[in-house]
Write a protein that binds this ligand. Structure first.
Ligand SMILES: Cc1cc2nc3c(=O)[nH]c(=O)nc-3n(C[C@H](O)[C@H](O)[C@H](O)COP(=O)(O)OP(=O)(O)OC[C@H]3O[C@@H](n4cnc5c(N)ncnc54)[C@H](O)[C@@H]3O)c2cc1C
Length: 335
């Protein structure tokens, strides 16, 4: 197994996880047991899977084993951009799936609407808000690209508005930004959520449906047995199941059984880090409209407003501060 250091929850707690109440604890798995389906990992993938399974068969016994705490992985520490696009934007969709794009687009819109309906119907208070989207140019050559994009987007049913430098600064007062492309909330394609509240809300719904959750339960091995699988945890507990769903996302490389299986190659993402803007950058920015501007640069810099301090520095409760995620290349790949 590769030698990769993963920060512990105590030295790398996420802003979102720290900013809202944790909810009930779920004791580790102890002893031996059996279930119909076991899901490894309590992030969005694991929790939505449990919800889909119990939608299909409310009587199914589903158990989720989580090595750390609910939402410990990317689900509890992401940007909270909840968008309809299944292709990470129209441009990417046109590049990779031009023939299927109309179907993907319709599915994506339905998906976002279904997420909104689910959180509303299940009382998940995750600050779901239809915000619209703002792409910004910080280089002169990007200004013409943004202008040209208005017509391309219109062909695909997206109405976007070009903002010149004065107009984009009306939205967000940054001296860096030279133009922008605004997709209004009425397009129904963009929302923001508090990801920690969402992931914890999904865990609550799972419990209400009878799904059993265990935190601080690291699965060390998954072995085939007649008619199913047997999972062994770091404490030596054993759980037999008919089926296993490995929902560990980027952590899959630590899973020797999966990473050596013939059916898949783990995909390890680039390093993604989320930082607060410096206080000087913060004071240079103010917002009047869209709350989630993102740069059109390939490095993938996205910004959104948060409402509580990211650091210990005291800020007025009403202060809007920015969190910024910048995708950079990983210094070395764990595999
Ligand atoms: C910084 C950042 C920003 C992002 N921003 C956005 C965004 O704005 N919008 C968006 O849509 N997506 C965003 N993403 C992507 C999104 O967060 C992920 O696609 C999503 O959270 C993946 O969910 P998951 O459940 O598959 O994985 P995770 O949330 O990583 O969950 C995997 C879980 O498995 C557990 N686990 C691992 N190994 C074991 C084991 N052996 N035994 C038991 N449990 C184990 C982990 O502790 C973890 O809790 C972002 C990602 C990052 C990193």
């Amino acid at each position: 197994m590769p030698d990769v250091t993963v920060p512990s929850p105590t030295d790398a707690v996420s802003y979102w996880l720290a900013a809202s109440p944790a909810g009930p604890e779920h004791p580790p798995l102890s002893g031996d047991g059996a279930t119909d389906v076991v899901i490894v990992g309590a992030g969005f993938t694991g929790l939505w899977t449990a919800i889909a399974l119990t939608d299909t068969d409310p009587g199914l016994r589903v158990t989720i084993l989580e090595a750390e705490t609910i939402g410990y992985g990317a689900s509890g520490r992401n940007g909270g951009f909840c968008q309809a696009s299944l292709t990470h934007g129209l441009a990417n969709g046109l590049r990779h799936f031009p023939d299927e794009l109309a179907i993907l687009d319709a599915e994506g819109l339905a998906n976002l609407a279904a997420i909104e309906a689910f959180v509303r119907d299940n009382g998940i208070d995750c600050d779901f808000e239809r915000t619209g989207d703002l792409s910004v140019a910080d280089q002169p050559y990007q200004v013409d690209e943004l202008k040209a994009w208005v017509d391309v987007a219109a062909e695909w049913g997206e109405e976007v508005v070009f903002l010149d430098s004065a107009a984009v600064r009306e939205e967000v007062h940054s001296p860096l930004w030279q133009a922008g492309l605004f997709r209004p909330p009425a397009q129904g394609r963009d929302a923001l959520v508090d990801p920690a509240k969402l992931v914890r809300g999904l865990a609550r719904v799972c419990e209400e449906r009878g799904v059993v959750l265990h935190e601080q339960t690291r699965v060390e091995a998954v072995e085939r047995r007649a008619g199913g699988v047997r999972l062994r945890t770091d404490d030596g507990a054993l759980l037999d199941a008919d089926h296993v769903v490995v929902a560990t996302s980027a952590f899959v490389y630590r899973f020797a059984w999966v990473s050596s299986a013939p059916f898949g190659t783990p995909v390890v993402p680039d390093v993604y880090r989320m930082t607060a803007s410096s206080s000087s950058a913060r004071s240079a920015q103010s917002v009047t409209g869209c709350r989630s501007p993102s740069s059109v640069r390939a490095s993938g810099s996205v910004t959104r407003m948060t409402w509580a301090p990211l650091s210990a520095a005291p800020l007025a409760a009403s202060s809007a501060i920015w969190s910024q995620a910048t995708m950079t290349e990983a210094p070395e790949s764990p595999r």
